[in-house]
Design a protein around this ligand. Structure first.
Ligand code: S3P
Length: 167
């Protein structure tokens, strides 16, 4: 199992799918698990039930995926806010995909599907990262910067960082 963490928009799904393909394993994404189980978009869960309700669903989805999945698993950007989730990640291979604020704004833009960045993306992203950077670093076994790199380059860097061979 390889777990991908990092802020929204950093490319966890794109890199996760490429990494899984290169390793010849399956790809899974806890945001997708939540959407499938709830039959609603993440933005709708935030609006209708609030963030704490979403975090509870997310915590359960991460626990279940970590127990079941054997390939590459991408977590939602805020999953590491939960201390129990961080404890579950200890002992796993965890890749933190990082990027700077300008890259973040370029990639996420004014994407309404990301409720946490909907109003002032640059300011909100900075604040999120100030609260989260140390948590990403705490659980990561490898940090892979993505700034100015293509998905293929990031995937290669992740494989190198993990010292994993392609299938
Ligand atoms: C969130 C990130 C999103 C999604 C939700 C909250 C966050 O996932 O779980 O909008 O708190 O950073 P991605 O990182 O996959 O966009």
């Amino acid at each position: 199992m390889v777990v991908l963490i990092g802020p929204m928009g950093v490319g966890k799904s794109t890199i996760g799918e490429l990494l899984a393909e290169r390793l010849g394993v399956g790809y899974r994404d806890t945001d997708e698990d939540i959407v499938a189980a709830e039959g609603r978009a993440i933005a709708d869960i935030f609006v209708e039930d609030g963030e704490p309700a979403f975090r509870a669903l997310e915590k359960q989805a991460v626990r279940q995926a970590l127990a079941e999945h054997e390939g590459v698993l991408a977590l939602g950007g805020g999953a590491i806010l939960d201390a129990d989730t961080r404890a579950l990640l200890a002992g796993q291979r965890v890749v933190y995909l990082s990027m700077d604020v300008e890259e973040a704004v370029r990639r996420t833009g004014l994407n309404a599907a990301r409720p946490l960045l909907a109003v002032n993306p640059r300011k909100q992203w900075r604040e999120l990262m100030e609260a989260r950077r140390h948590l990403y670093e705490e659980v990561a076994t490898a940090v892979v910067p993505t700034d100015g790199r293509t998905p293929e380059e990031v995937t290669r860097a992740a494989l190198d960082a993990l010292e994993l061979k392609e299938a």
